[in-house]
Design a protein around this ligand. Structure first.
Ligand SMILES: [Ca+2]
Ligand SMILES: [Ca+2]
Ligand SMILES: [Ca+2]
Ligand SMILES: [Ca+2]
Length: 506
């Protein structure tokens, strides 16, 4: 969606200082998230190596033949029956759309249970509106049933689109690519270059094109820690590791358990619902999973619950536009843990309840608090660095321990006229803190503005659309305080952390 795109881009600039990646940094997470995300993007880099295959010319000929007769029947894509075959080995098809309302169709053949990632490669960043803004849609073989339609990717790095789908049955599937304006029903647009590249790549660890150790498909039976699937992970920069765990729920009682060990140098583990739930709601307006509600639980190897997230994929639990909540849990390096995935509250089994989790073990984190910091006079210090928006960002984290008693003060200096934006998360970061409250006080320790987290609600004080409260503009050059507390600790998990980013804009 064009509208969300702009908002999300703006959020990345505000919250993330213009650093690449807009993933969990919306919650005030540290920069290391972005690093890890960009590592995972190397999948597509690897894929583009296969681009040198030159069968694309043939494909574009076929396209123009197919498209010339039917610009108007976009609602009923009978062209699926004439679609050009495309492999699932990641070979790019290079072609173009002849008119703004043209849709090109390709067919792929999948076996039952196959996961496939379909993706475009047009953009290397935003800010080039003349290039085609592609949307990928998946139909059944004859184009009579819409299976999924996805714009962009999560985390969104540019206007390219990705769609992950699990084939519930063996057969031929129809892939459509079109411009965003046509997809959104708009009659005018700014696109002047209609060239595109599109590919499909099986999510099979044996399939060339994937980074070794990234893909961790489930193998049943894996319903307990004792029978869990052991994950492999990709080693990224600064010894961070990451991997994708994915599968489907076969019946109401299915639980899928994956185990992994954090690197010795790790300080936190992040678990996120991955692409099936991004860029649209659950179901066909997204990646085609019928899973409406998903829950994962992070435990130690004895089953003690550290963190859990129980999320509805209808968007109501989104932390930010297009961004479901994810757990970012401080953990000791070398720890072995288990992630249990199951249907969330409100879920009833559907026909194709698939999921993808992305797990990142981080080796750096936001600045930690120094207790005792329960008063303005003993506040922990916030460290700021210049961001690319011309301002300064400070990232911090701590624990409220015990809840209802501990109070954490963080001090920072601000200059008269500066705008102070705040992004914070506790429950929305997989913490068991209940009623986490984030407040800014002035130099006299007098409250300026406060907000209490409810559910997985966004704590985002900013001028961007989707913010929970307005940013603050300070009137005096002085010391200010971010003050954090919570009413209680959930009895069902031990994580008690919070994370914040403070962003000062002159
Ligand atoms: Ca399963
Ligand atoms: Ca299972
Ligand atoms: Ca504390
Ligand atoms: Ca404290």
């Amino acid at each position: 969606m064009k509208y969300f795109r702009f908002v999300l881009l703006a959020m990345c600039l505000v919250l993330n200082g213009g650093l690449i990646g807009c993933s969990s940094s919306g919650d005030g997470a540290s920069d290391s998230d972005s690093d890890s995300d960009s590592d995972s993007d190397t999948d597509s880099d690897t894929d583009s190596d296969t681009d040198s295959d030159t069968d694309s010319d043939t494909d574009s000929d076929t396209d123009s033949d197919t498209d010339s007769d039917t610009d108007t029947d976009t609602a009923v894509p009978t062209e699926c029956e004439l679609a050009t075959p495309m492999d699932t080995a990641g070979t790019f098809v290079d072609s173009n759309l002849a008119t703004p309302d043209e849709i090109d169709y390709y067919s792929i053949t999948l076996a039952a249970g196959d996961f496939v990632q379909i993706f475009t490669d047009i953009h290397d960043g935003d800010g080039t509106p003349q290039l085609l803004d592609p949307v990928i849609t998946l139909w059944n073989e004859d184009g009579t049933t819409l299976l999924a339609t996805a714009d962009d990717q999560i985390p969104r790095v540019d206007m390219d689109s990705e769609l992950i789908y699990r084939a519930p049955a063996a057969g031929t599937y129809c892939v459509a690519i079109e411009g965003w304006e046509n997809w959104a029903g708009q009659t005018t647009g700014t696109t002047t270059d209609w060239n595109y590249s599109i590919a499909a790549l099986l999510m099979d660890p044996a399939q060339v094109g994937w980074t070794t150790n990234l893909l961790n498909p489930e193998t049943e039976t894996n319903d307990t820690i004792g029978s869990a699937n052991t994950m492999t992970m990709v080693l990224g920069s600064s010894n961070a590791t990451f991997g994708r765990a994915y599968g489907d729920l076969s019946g109401a009682t299915d639980v899928d358990v994956f185990t992994y060990t954090l690197p010795v140098s790790a300080v936190a583990t992040s678990i996120g619902f991955y692409k099936p739930f991004g860029a649209g709601a659950a179901g066909v307006q997204g990646h085609g999973s019928t899973l409406t509600d998903g829950m994962f639980t992070l435990t130690d190897m004895s089953g003690n619950v550290i963190s859990t997230l129980d999320v509805s994929f209808d968007g109501s639990d989104w932390v930010a536009p297009n961004n479901p909540p994810d757990a970012n849990v401080p953990m000791a390096g070398g720890t072995q843990v288990a992630v249990h995935f199951e249907g969330g509250t409100g879920w009833t089994p559907g026909a194709n309840d698939f999921y993808v989790l992305e797990i990142i073990n981080q080796t750096s984190d936001n600045t930690g608090e120094v207790e005792t910091n329960d008063t303005a006079g003993t506040a922990s210090t916030t460290t700021f660095a210049a961001n690319t928006s011309g301002g300064y960002s400070g990232f911090l984290m701590g624990t409220i321990d015990p809840a209802a008693t501990d109070v954490d003060y963080w001090s920072f200096s601000a200059v008269a006229g500066e705008e102070i934006a705040l992004a914070c998360g506790a429950a929305s970061n997989g913490s068991g803190l209940v009623g986490a409250t984030f407040a800014i006080h002035n130099a006299s320790d007098t409250l300026i503005q406060t907000e209490t987290e409810s559910g997985y609600d966004t704590i985002l004080w900013s001028s961007v659309t989707g913010a929970s409260m307005a940013a603050i503009t300070v009137t005096a050059s002085a010391t200010y305080y971010l003050v954090i507390s919570a009413t209680s600790q959930s009895a069902s998990m031990t994580a008690n952390h919070y994370r914040c980013g403070i962003h000062r804009t002159p």
